[in-house]
Write a protein that binds this ligand. Structure first.
Ligand code: FES
Length: 199
């Protein structure tokens, strides 16, 4: 890793740790990934490998960071959990690649469209966390409307209908197929579309 890459890496880790330590994780994570697009491209390390079928899904932040997410942890209608994929063989969390940021939430299964339910595990759905407007993390939740909300410029997405974009963003958040194995959430397929803003 070259010096400029190392500095960028250290800076991102410091911001992430500050976000977790202050409890302001959601808002600061959004700022983090806007900045992440400005740093030099780093080599693909195990922590930056793309999400793959069979990966375990683990918490990205908080006291349980790095631990698998149990399907039963998620309550219907609660705000999204921010998560990363983890290689099940090496146990490496692929959290250094912003495009791997995932959103998990449980909704009433009957409220999901048929296409959304096809890639869900019961009422649990997973989407890319990268806003398709300009790439912030979609870290907020509008509880009374059950909508995902990006704090950067106000994009809203409907998680019951393939995270279709309602305001600001040009396209949906791609859904990630998931399944439950031994009570924990596992990646079951590829993203159902390109991650992040249109290029
Ligand atoms: S980056 Fe999400 S609304 Fe602009």
């Amino acid at each position: 890793m070259e010096v400029s890459e190392l500095k960028a890496y250290v800076h991102r880790r410091a911001v992430l740790q500050a976000a977790v330590a202050t409890g302001g994780g959601a808002a600061l994570l959004s700022a983090l990934y806007v900045g992440a697009g400005l740093v030099p491209q780093e080599q693909v390390t195990p922590e930056r490998e793309p999400v793959a079928p069979g990966d375990l899904i683990v918490y990205a932040q908080g006291d349980r960071a790095g631990q698998p997410v149990n399907a039963s942890d998620l309550e219907p209608g609660q705000r999204q959990v921010i998560a990363y994929p983890m290689n099940p063989q090496t146990r490496v969390v692929k959290g250094e690649e912003p495009a791997n940021t995932l959103l998990l939430l449980r909704l009433e299964a009957a409220s999901l469209t048929a296409e959304t339910a096809r890639h869900a595990a019961g009422g649990v759905v997973a989407y890319s966390g990268v806003c398709t407007h300009l790439g912030c993390i979609v870290s907020n939740w509008i509880a009374d409307k059950q909508l995902l909300f990006c704090p950067c410029h106000g994009a809203q997405y409907d998680p019951r209908d393939r995270a279709k974009a309602l305001v600001v963003a040009p396209k949906p958040l791609p859904q990630l197929p998931i399944r439950v194995e031994d009570g924990v959430l596992v990646v079951a397929g590829e993203f159902q579309g390109p991650v992040g803003p249109p290029t």
